[in-house]
Design a protein around this ligand. Structure first.
Ligand code: TRP
Ligand code: SF4
Length: 333
């Protein structure tokens, strides 16, 4: 039996944090065993919402590679590649763009949301409106069966399925596969202040933070605000550190902590020290691998280039099929 194909991508638009690790990367690593996996750096997508500040883009690409390898993505098992090294993504984006009605794109929630809320950058571009078409091209070029994504990406997956059906209707040939979204069973990690963990909120623990920096940030996690003195009884459900404990600790010990917190038998400083120790233990294999990969950027790029060579073969085949279905292939006239 052939394995089902998985494809997913991450934008190279900044540093990854612990929430990305637990929410996406860990899941990618697990999927390597049962699926034929393609993971790529969406570097063109990174331009779609920020075309002016391109200074760090190249470094971000390598950083993603470093973090993926440190997390345990294995280039022997999975194809790791870079979108812009596979130009077929751009060609299929163009072709799919020809058939995609503009109202379908204007309806996408992330489009509406960013147009309203992002004020420091220009979002009124063709590239940003067309972002989900590029994403659809990314997916269908590999005939991916399954696309692991977060909840915010579900509308993009639905749009991909609609574009696939539309294409098949128009050209009367089945070329692509309608992908299924697969939501990871995500361990929910908030930011240090209890809001969503995000680079832009300044409340994130980054994968590039050293163990010391991570400990320091852990000590700053917001606790039950009603617990001013150590003798005050606390409510763990109102404490961000306790939400972290739920992710990094075993249930039995968490019940004890909750009890000690409610009865003021444990202080917040000690409680968060224990948390820092648990995070360090959890991340030890990652840290070990990262120490190795962080200094080997050339090798990381070689892995991504070799993966892009493999991806290009698959992408070229699908693109040829799409062009044939559209009767625009010029191989034989
Ligand atoms: N849009 C995705 C995100 O921001 C990244 C992405 C681009 C992607 N192309 C993709 C994810 C294809 C899955 C499949 O997270
Ligand atoms: Fe949070 Fe622990 Fe302090 Fe209770 S004791 S408020 S769980 S940090």
């Amino acid at each position: 039996m052939t394995k089902k194909r998985v494809l997913s991508g991450m934008q190279s638009s900044g540093k990854l944090h612990l929430g990305n690790y637990l929410g996406a990367l860990e899941n990618w690593v697990t999927m390597q065993e049962a699926y034929d996996c393609y993971y790529f750096v969406a570097d063109w997508h990174a331009l779609s919402s920020n075309y002016e500040e391109t200074d760090g883009l190249k470094d971000n690409i390598v950083d993603l590679g470093v973090n993926w390898l440190s997390a345990g993505i294995d280039p022997e098992k999975s194809v790791m590649f870079i979108q812009s090294l596979v130009p077929q993504h751009a060609v299929l984006f163009l072709l799919l763009g020809m058939i995609t009605p503009i109202p379908w794109l204007e309806r996408v929630p992330s489009y509406k949301e960013k147009l309203e809320n992002v004020t420091d950058r220009d979002m009124h571009t063709h590239g940003f409106l067309g972002y989900p078409v590029l994403q659809a091209a990314d997916i269908v070029l590999y005939k991916a069966d399954v696309v692991p994504v977060g909840i915010d990406q579900l509308p993009h997956l639905e749009l991909t399925r609609e574009i696939v059906r539309h294409f098949h209707n128009i050209y009367k040939t089945k070329v692509f596969v309608e992908p299924d979204a697969k939501m990871a069973e995500v361990k929910k990690l908030p930011g240090l202040d209890g809001r969503k963990m995000s680079k832009s909120y300044g409340n994130a623990i980054f994968l590039s933070d050293t163990p010391d920096e991570r400990d320091k940030k852990t000590s700053l996690i917001v606790t039950d605000p009603a617990r001013v003195r150590k003798t005050d009884k606390g409510d763990p459900e109102k404490c961000v550190a306790y939400a972290f404990h739920k992710v990094f600790n075993n249930a039995g010990r968490n019940a004890e902590i909750a009890n000690d917190c409610r009865n003021a038998n444990i202080g917040c400083v000690a409680c968060k020290k224990e948390l820092a120790k648990n995070i360090a233990e959890y991340m030890a294999p990652f840290d070990e691998r990262r120490a190795k990969w962080a200094g080997r950027k050339n090798e990381v790029m070689d892995i991504l280039r070799a993966g892009s060579d493999k991806a290009r073969v698959v992408a070229a085949q699908t693109l040829a099929e799409a062009e044939a279905a559209m009767k625009i292939d010029l191989q034989k006239i």
